[in-house]
Design a protein around this ligand. Structure first.
Ligand code: GTP
Ligand code: MG
Length: 175
């Protein structure tokens, strides 16, 4: 009989970086060109198999718009994993990601938490390198400094999205 383990995951990051699009890709393997901003937060689930174990992700996709910022602690407080997302073409979103990671270290139960830093919209950068505003090295350096995992993704072209969730599941099972 297979074992099922549940993991609560929260997504954090500036508005429009692609949090909901990463979740939509992971949960439904779809992409929407003009996805509407999240209001408050959305809850979704998806399963992922690692060896003999099924990991059931319980995903809280928070809203990045500033007016919802005060709600975030409610969602990250008892999360076992956090996906902190920025947009590779938006410098401000990288600064915001740094703030979120610091806040997780200060406020959340971060010792037991798997924190993953994700630079999204890799497709835009692959199309036109001029669009890239944050180097891969800067992303890697921040992750290393903060003890996080790191990947660059595209929700649009489905690059590394499943890999991020699989890696989270694997690390979660090691804890
Ligand atoms: P909030 O809910 O407001 O916090 O935004 P969000 O972070 O959930 O962003 P969302 O997923 O709604 O995406 C914002 C816009 O970026 C949408 O128009 C998406 O289609 C687009 N988008 C998301 N991911 C990608 C990507 O990987 N590549 C490209 N080119 N566009 C993307
Ligand atoms: Mg959203």
């Amino acid at each position: 009989m297979s074992v099922v383990k549940s993991i609560k995951l929260v997504l954090l990051g500036e508005a429009a970086v692609g949090k909901s699009s990463l979740v939509l890709r992971f949960v439904s393997n779809e992409f929407q060109e003009n996805k509407e901003p999240t209001i408050g937060a959305a809850f979704l689930t998806q399963r992922c198999s690692v060896n003999q174990t099924t990991v059931k992700f319980e995903i809280w996709d928070t809203a990045g718009q500033e007016r919802f910022a005060s709600l975030a602690p409610m969602y990250y407080r008892n999360a076992q994993a956090a996906l902190v997302v920025y947009d590779l073409t938006k410098p401000g979103s990288f600064i915001k990601a740094r703030h979120w990671i610091k806040e997780l270290h200060e406020q959340a139960n971060s010792a037991d938490m798997v924190i993953f830093l994700v630079g999204n919209k890799l497709d835009l950068v692959e199309e036109d390198e001029e669009q890239r505003k944050i180097s891969r090295e800067d992303g890697e350096a921040l992750a290393k400094e903060e003890g996080c995992f790191f990947m660059e993704t595209s929700a649009k072209n489905s690059i590394n999205v499943n890999d991020v969730f699989t890696k989270i599941a694997e690390e979660f099972l090691k804890k």
